[in-house]
Write a protein that binds this ligand. Structure first.
Ligand code: ZN
Length: 242
């Protein structure tokens, strides 16, 4: 069974009443519930736990890590970011959600600012599937609509995705690359846009379907670890001798 660790800051849910009203048990609880319902083995981890809940042991037992952060990106320890980075390059899947675009780990993996335009006005968001053959699009049909979300607009300063699965349109007129796939080392990374803390998007069936599909895809890193050596034996025997 695929093992998913759902990580979140869990700060605004404890101090901001409008956020607590939407996610009384934390954003991570809603994301974890959706993944458990989809059949994953799920644990959660949050910023204020020792090591942010992400010890070497936890990461070693994690096939896919999901990441939601917003107001405390700078408080994530550099040594923890280093640890996550190593695990991604070694094959752990990573799903970066919404304002996680500005997390240390995502910016490090992308190598760009990951800046974008945004507006908090409760606008309608239509998510359109633009790569229906991709496994993350399974079961979504042409896409789905969220009645109210924060707007994220282009330009989104990320490298061109290896595969772009979803684009969003907002009622204010902007568009955004909202479902982006990357590979780094042996690891698969998916950025997924929805999930502002004052909207219940992580209970929406379309959003839950995308995250579950992405967890299956991101866990799928397969094949042997490549061996890299100094002066390996020549593949063609005798080719270096005459
Ligand atoms: Zn937001």
């Amino acid at each position: 069974m695929t093992r998913v660790t759902v990580w979140a800051e869990y700060r605004q849910e404890r101090r901001d009443p409008p956020v607590a009203a939407v996610y009384p048990d934390g954003i991570h609880a809603a994301i974890a519930e959706g993944l458990r319902d989809a059949g994953f083995e799920v644990r959660t981890a949050t910023l204020d736990e020792p090591d942010h809940g992400l010890t070497d042991d936890v990461l070693a037992e994690t096939d896919v890590l999901t990441w939601w952060g917003h107001v405390a990106h700078a408080e994530v320890g550099d040594e923890i970011v280093e640890r996550i980075h190593r695990r991604v390059l070694d094959g752990m899947g990573l799903i970066v959600l919404h304002s996680g675009h500005h997390s240390k780990i995502f910016k490090r993996l992308m190598g760009t600012t990951c800046d974008l335009n945004w507006r908090e006005a409760g606008e309608r968001e239509r998510l359109w599937v633009v790569d229906p053959a991709h496994p993350i699009a399974e079961g979504l049909g042409p896409g789905f609509t969220l009645d109210a979300e924060e707007m994220y607009g282009e330009h989104f300063d990320v490298p061109a995705p290896d595969r772009l699965v979803l684009i969003s349109w907002f009622s204010g007129g902007e568009v955004f690359r909202s479902g982006c796939c990357y590979e780094r080392g042996r690891g698969r990374i998916f950025y997924f846009r929805p999930g502002h803390e004052t909207h219940p998007s992580y209970r929406h069936p379309g959003v839950r379907r995308v995250i579950a599909n992405a967890a299956t895809w991101a866990a799928g890193s397969s094949g042997d670890r490549p061996e890299r050596r100094h002066r390996p034996e020549p593949s063609e025997a005798g080719s270096t001798r005459r």
